[in-house]
Write a protein that binds this ligand. Structure first.
Ligand code: MLT
Ligand code: MN
Ligand code: ZN
Length: 307
């Protein structure tokens, strides 16, 4: 299975349009920005599955020849899988409205409900090619297929992770179904396994189940510390209140990640305020000495079950 990190940043990207934090200032000066969170995977290198639909999709597809059209109106992207209903992971669906076919979108049931109601992307898109909502039930695994029902050779299981509904749906107090899942994707031929958990509020059994023994774990690296935004002078909730377990400190993800027995661990969905983005920071050194990689846009992996 091939895996491409299309965008390694959390919502807002780096630089964020209205942010003057040190990382955003640096990114403007050296033109080394980061696009918002999204990943592409493929078993055959020809047909690709998009994991989360970033607002930066247009540039992300243009940056990778594998994702270029093969005809006048076509795309190697055959389906989308959503881990949650956050704006930074779903807004890109609107940018796929020119699609020739109804685009299969796998999402947890709680997310499909939001996308038909509070954040009505499915309704808006129905005036265009539209999407074909497919339920990503917990458990599985299910074989992912394109709009014609042809399997991609990748199966997927979803596990609900600790999280609250998105901010635009806070009044949805008793969710009938999961809003956030971690994904475990397996190449049916090679057995190569990707665990993808870009949003996790805690290091719990759900995370252990999704990530344990994976060939590659792409994990929530949103914030270094719980009070990161407040400390930067922004009036905002804490990392944990936003549903992101911080990387550093007591109970941070860095304590447990090396013990999950994943072959490689890479942080994704990194917020622009996170000091691990600065190559000379002490926090970056701490991550690297734990054997964990700070994800970058365009990083590529080839997964084989050769453990
Ligand atoms: C999150 O990951 O917590 C959200 O995307 C935050 C946001 O609304 O940008
Ligand atoms: Mn986000
Ligand atoms: Zn910033």
């Amino acid at each position: 299975m091939r895996v491409i990190i299309l965008g390694s940043a959390a919502g807002g990207g780096v630089p964020q349009w209205n942010c003057g934090c040190p990382n955003c200032l640096d990114a403007r000066h050296d033109a080394r920005g980061r696009m918002q969170s999204s990943v592409a995977v493929s078993a055959d290198g020809e047909r690709w599955i998009l994991l989360n639909a970033s607002p930066d999709l247009r540039m992300q597809f243009a940056a990778h020849h594998e994702l270029w059209p093969r005809g006048l109106r076509s795309s190697p992207i055959g389906a989308v899988v959503l881990t949650d209903g956050e704006i930074d992971h779903t807004l890109g669906l609107l940018l796929l409205r020119e699609s020739a076919d109804r685009l299969p979108v796998y999402a947890p049931r709680g997310v499909s409900t939001l996308l038909g109601a509070e954040w009505p992307l499915y309704r808006v898109l129905s005036a265009y090619a539209g999407v074909e909502p497919r339920a990503l039930e917990e458990g599985g695994p299910i074989a992912l297929t394109d709009h014609a029902g042809t399997p991609f050779g990748i199966c997927c299981s979803a596990t609900a992770v600790a999280r609250r509904p998105p901010r635009y749906a806070r009044e949805v107090t008793a969710p009938a179904a999961a809003f956030d899942v971690g994904l475990r994707l397996t190449d049916e031929r090679t057995g190569g396994t990707l665990a993808y958990v870009p949003t996790a509020g805690a290091m719990d059994d759900a995370v252990r189940r999704v990530a344990g023994g994976a060939d590659l774990l792409l994990f929530d690296g949103t914030f270094w510390s719980d009070d990161e935004l407040k400390a930067a002078g922004v009036d905002a909730p804490t990392a944990r209140e936003m549903g992101h377990v911080p990387v550093g400190g007591a109970g941070g993800s860095l304590e447990l990640l090396p013990r999950l027995d994943a072959k490689r661990v890479v942080f994704v969905h990194i917020n622009n305020t996170n000091p691990i983005l600065c190559r000379s920071s002490a926090q970056r050194a701490q991550v690297e000495s734990a054997g964990i990689v700070v994800g970058e846009d365009a990083m590529e992996f080839e997964l084989w079950a050769c453990r």
